[in-house]
Each structure stands twice: as C-alpha cells, then as structure tokens.
Design a protein around this ligand. Structure first.
Ligand code: RET
Length: 277
C-alpha cells in the first residue's frame, strides 16, 4: 500500500460515517493538509505574543480597543485551526453532482463558523481606525456575520446542488454590503479623521484578499471541485496569513506609533460613546 504523499488524497475512502478520531487520523495522514493547518497555528501563536508585546504601553482607550479587537483575530484563528486539525470541526458530507449522484467530500466547516467571530473583529478595528459611527459599524458587522453564516449553510447543504449555490449567492449579497462600507463609506470617514493613508492601505489589502475567499470557495472542493480539498485548504490558509497576521501587524504598528492621532479620532456617535461624553 502506498504512503500518502504531500498532495495525494487520503488513502482511505471517505464516508459520512467517520467518527471524530477517524477524521483526525485521516487529516494527520495527509501531510500537506495538516501543514496547511499547523502553519496557521504556529503563526497565530507568534502573532499573539508579538501583539501583546507591541501593545504593552498603549494608553489611549480607542487605541486599546483596536488592540483588543485585533488581538482577537489570532486568538480566534488558533482556536479555529485547532478545531480543524483535531477533526472536531470537519465532516465528510455527500455533495450533490450537477448531473445527479453525489460525492463524499471533506468539509472544513469550522472555518466558516470561526470567520463569524474573526472577521467582525477585523471590521471593528478598521471602523475604529476610520472613525466611523455606530450605524456604519453595526451595518458592516451584521452583514459580515450574515455572509459567514450563509457561507456555512452553502458548505453544509447536501439536499440540492442548486440550493448550495443559492446560499452562496445570498452570502455574496451580504459581502457586497460589507464591500460597500469598506470602499465607499469608511474612506470618507478616514479622510475626515486624518487616518486616510493607513486606512486605504489596509482597505486595499482587505478587499483584495477577502475577494479571494469566495473565488476559492467556487473553485474549491465545496464548489466546482476544480481544486482538491488540500489545495483549497492551502488557498484559505495563505489568504488567512495576509488577511489576518500581516493586516493586524501593519495596523497595530501604525496604532502604536500614532496614538495621538487615534486619540483625537471620532466625532461620530461611536467616538462619543468611547470617550464617555
Ligand atoms: C464564502 C462563501 C460564500 C460567498 C462568500 C464567502 C466569503 C468569505 C470571506 C471570508 C473572509 C475570511 C477572513 C477570515 C479571517 O479570519 C463564505 C467563502 C462571499 C470574505 C478574512
């Protein structure tokens, strides 16, 4: 019997009856799939230590809030990837084929669930940086949670191929609302707040990388199956490196160096709420 190689599919035939320990063994046997998880556990761990160190002298309350929100990103990430690597948040499901029939596919549904926690943190940090008001922040966050939960529904629907893609479209509609706030509303707020330069850099990084997620969903094992499960997992893992750790590092480095700017941001309702007046 041949050993599984870095890119090979698991040697055992997948079934929806797999227990958590069988899923764990299956993942561990696929070196490349495991590496796509472990690399993020390691990076998230390093990011947590680095960000706690970087934030040790931050005194301004808005800057502190940006730090806490941003620190939550690797904290959620390390939990998310631990769930995946342990087999807790993955399942084998029977995905329907276009022409009838179905195929057993390993679904990493824990990703979508934990995005519902990590992506709002990214948006809260960006919104605070832009000096947004509560209405726009609320809009971005709830639309984003809607996107993640309906993305989870798309991944888990087995009854009908059409409905899988209908969920996908609903998720995309939520995503459009998030993109609107990021691309239209917050750049204006950031200009008024004097944080336009860093905001625009982070906005571009965020928009470009976030667009990668629905693209890889469509191309990946949960969508058109042009990519294998392992390739899809690597695509998400690499997008995560940029969208979480690089994003967070750039943001926090700027916040530490510009606490006085952050402190003076926020004439909107959120600013008033934060400063307690
Ligand atoms: C899905 C599939 C359905 C359609 C859309 C999606 C978008 C996902 C995005 C995820 C971003 C994740 C990040 C995680 C960091 O922790 C759910 C893939 C629109 C944009 C940045």
């Amino acid at each position: 019997m041949s050993e599984p190689t870095a890119t090979s599919a698991p040697a055992v035939t997948l079934t929806t009856e797999f227990t958590q320990s069988e899923l764990f063994t299956e993942i561990a046997a696929n070196a490349s799939l495991s590496a796509s998880f472990w690399i993020n556990i390691a990076l998230a761990g390093l990011a947590i230590l680095l960000f706690v160190y970087m934030g040790r002298n931050v005194a301004d309350s808005r800057a502190q809030l940006i730090f806490v929100a941003t620190l939550m990103v690797p904290l959620v990430s390390i939990s998310s990837y631990t769930g995946l690597v342990s087999g807790l948040t993955v399942s084998v499901i029977s995905v329907p084929y276009p022409g009838g029939g179905s195929e057993e596919v390993l679904i990493m549904w824990g990703r979508y669930l934990t995005w519902a926690l990590s992506t709002p943190m990214i948006l809260i940090a960006l919104g605070l940086l832009a000096g947004t008001n509560l209405t726009k922040l609320f809009t971005a966050v709830v639309m984003d949670i809607g996107m993640c939960i309906t993305g989870l529904a798309a991944a888990l629907t087995t009854s009908s191929l059409l409905l899988r893609w209908f969920w996908y479209l609903i998720s995309c509609a939520f995503f459009v609302a998030v993109l609107y706030v990021l691309l239209v509303e917050w750049p204006e707020d950031a200009r008024a707040a004097g944080t336009a330069e860093i905001f625009n850099t982070l906005k571009t990084l965020t928009v470009v990388l976030w667009l990668g997620y629905p693209i890889f969903w469509a191309l990946g094992s949960e969508g058109l199956a042009i990519l294998t499960t392992t390739q899809t997992s690597w695509a998400y893992s690499l997008l995560d490196v940029g969208a979480k750790y690089i994003f967070a590092f750039l943001l926090l480095r700027w916040v530490v160096a510009n606490q006085s700017v952050i402190g003076s941001v926020g004439s909107g309702s959120l600013g008033a709420a934060l400063s307690g007046d």
